[in-house]
Ligand binder design. Sequence first.
Ligand SMILES: Cc1cc2nc3c(=O)[nH]c(=O)nc-3n(C[C@H](O)[C@H](O)[C@H](O)COP(=O)(O)OP(=O)(O)OC[C@H]3O[C@@H](n4cnc5c(N)ncnc54)[C@H](O)[C@@H]3O)c2cc1C
Length: 269
Amino acid sequence: MSANLLASDQLSNNGSDINLEADVLVIGGGPAGAWAAYNAAVQAVRVILVDKGYCGSSGATASGGTSVWYVANPDQRETAMASREALGGFLAERSWMERVLDRTHANLYELGNWGYPFPSEQQGQPYYRSLQQGAEYMRLMRKQIKKAGVQILDHSPALELLVDKEGAVAGAKGIRRQAGGRWIVRAKAVVIATGGCAFLSKALGCNVLTGDGYLMAAEAGAQMSGMEFSNAYALTPAFASVTKGAFYRWATFTYEDGTVIEGNTDVFR
Ligand SMILES: Cc1cc2nc3c(=O)[nH]c(=O)nc-3n(C[C@H](O)[C@H](O)[C@H](O)COP(=O)(O)OP(=O)(O)OC[C@H]3O[C@@H](n4cnc5c(N)ncnc54)[C@H](O)[C@@H]3O)c2cc1C
């Protein structure tokens, strides 16, 4: 693959090739892409989302679910951030932590309003830390982004980014696996949300996660950051197909000599 100059890249528009324009092109329709598409579309801009599989059932969340870093009480934010900072060797940036907490708070309430079936806490309040019904979550996201006006191209992997004469990313192109032919989208902004690179884990939903977005971004000159922390797989029972980490909440881990490893439940605080 290589990045093409937009000016010299004219796809024919015959057969089942399609040639589209958008304000924002989102590549990847997992939670990151779906939320990006939703937030752009509600600003009344034209948004196209392409997914390699079927947006709503493709990727690591749709087949499993996620636990969420949600801190309900503002007084507990400081403790929560300090705990994460320590876990991360004090390499995290507070401004990003705060942004994540803010967005999570807003998005979870939105999901609740849309009808996501959060489990209940003992006092009957929704338990916002759990999005473990990944299929339900992503089905709902697909419904909402369509409602917001996003055009979805399923089974349409992006193969390369388009760049203009100045080197700025100006869209992408790819293929239509079911309809046949190719697609090209020229866009003022492109969001790459193609997930991780976990296909070798063989975990459910990870077959599509072949690191395409990282490659496309690198080809367009992007600088990567924090990649040295992105190669860890979770523990899993030998017979399981999912390496999700929910069992950390209940399990006790020990060293070979039986000494308990402290702190493994901190990730859920
Ligand atoms: C093995 C594993 C275990 C995990 N365990 C947990 C856990 O216990 N708790 C927790 O909170 N989180 C967990 N996660 C993390 C969570 O699943 C991910 O953070 C989340 O799914 C990431 O969302 P995303 O939208 O970035 O990517 P994904 O949900 O993976 O979605 C990526 C999307 O991009 C599409 N795509 C890929 N390439 C292309 C392309 N070239 N063109 C178009 N579309 C493309 C895919 O089809 C997919 O739909 C785990 C992840 C993995 C891989």
